[in-house]
Design a protein around this ligand. Structure first.
Ligand code: APR
Length: 227
C-alpha cells in the first residue's frame, strides 16, 4: 500500500483548549486590539512600543506552564511518527510552539513564530523568550508575518500542495489568505479535503468531509481512521 501525502493546515482553534485565545471569537484577540495597530508594519512604525507590548504579552502567555499541547496536537505528532515525516506536513498559521511541544517535526510556520525575533538590519532570526524593549534595541522586531506581508515558505507550501492526497484543515475560520485558498488547490489536485473545526468555516462548501466539534475530540478520532 502506498502511504498518502497528508497536508494539515492548522489555525488558532487547535490551540484554544490549550488556553490560547483565538482571533475572531467573542472575547478573541481581535476584539481587544485593532489589527491595524498591532499587526501591520505601519502600526509598528507608528508605535513600536505598543506593538512590542502586545507580542510581549502573547510571548509570556505562551510560556505560562498551564499552556500545554492538547490531544489534537499529540494526535498529529503521532500521525507523523507512524506514517513518516515525508508523508505528513503541518502548515500552521499559529505562532505558538504547541505542535513542536507535542513532538511534530515537519512544520511550516507560515505566519512566523512568537518565540523568535528578527533583526531588521541583518535579517538574522534568533530564539527569544523574554520581553523585547524597543528603547534598548530598535532593530529587533517580532518574527511575525503582519497583514500586508508575504507569509513564509510559500514555495515549499505550494510544492507540498501539488502532491497532496489528503488536505485536512483544523481550527481555522478561513478569513485569511493565502491559507484560506489552500483547499482549492487541494481540490484541483483531486485530494480528499477535510474540515475539522468547532463550526463551519467560510470555506466549508469547498470541503468534501466536514466534522464539527472541539479539536481535542474530533482530531484524534478522525486521524485514527487514517492510520
Ligand atoms: N476546536 C476546534 N476549533 C475551534 C475551537 C476548538 N476547541 N475553538 C475555536 N475553534 C475554531 C473557531 O470556530 C474558528 O473557526 O477555530 C477558528 C479560529 O478562527 P480565527 O480566530 O479566525 O483564527 P485563524 O483562522 O487561525 O486566524 C487566521 O488570522 O489574524 C490572523 O494571523 C492571525 O494566523 C491568524 C489568522
Amino acid at each position: 500500500m502506498t502511504i498518502p501525502k497528508i497536508v494539515i493546515l492548522t489555525g488558532a482553534g487547535i490551540s484554544a483548549e490549550s488556553g490560547l485565545s483565538t482571533f475572531r471569537a467573542q472575547n478573541g484577540l481581535w476584539e481587544g486590539y485593532d489589527v491595524n495597530d498591532v499587526a501591520t508594519y505601519e502600526g509598528y512604525i507608528r508605535n513600536p512600543t505598543a506593538v512590542h507590548d502586545f507580542y510581549n504579552m502573547l510571548r509570556r502567555k505562551l510560556q505560562n506552564p498551564n499552556v500545554k499541547p492538547n490531544a489534537a496536537h499529540f494526535a498529529l505528532a503521532e500521525l507523523e511518527q507512524k506514517l513518516g515525516s515525508e508523508h505528513v506536513l503541518i502548515i500552521t498559521q499559529n505562532v505558538d510552539n504547541l505542535h513542536e511541544q507535542a513532538g511534530s517535526k515537519n512544520i511550516i510556520h507560515m505566519h512566523g513564530e512568537l518565540l523568535k525575533v528578527r533583526n531588521e538590519k541583518t535579517g538574522q532570526i534568533i530564539d527569544y523568550f523574554n520581553d523585547v524593549n524597543y528603547q534598548q534595541n530598535k532593530f529587533i522586531r517580532p518574527h511575525i508575518v503582519w497583514f500586508g506581508e508575504i507569509p513564509l515558505q510559500m514555495e515549499q507550501i505550494y510544492d507540498a500542495l501539488s502532491q497532496v492526497d489528503y488536505f485536512i484543515s483544523i481550527g481555522t475560520s478561513g478569513n485569511v489568505y493565502p491559507a484560506a485558498g489552500f483547499v482549492q488547490i487541494a481540490n484541483q489536485m483531486s485530494a480528499k479535503t477535510i474540515e475539522l473545526n468547532l463550526e463551519p468555516s467560510l470555506d466549508q462548501s469547498l470541503f468534501q468531509t466536514k466534522i464539527y466539534g472541539v479539536a481535542s475530540k474530533i482530531v484524534p478520532n478522525f486521524l485514527a481512521t487514517l492510520i
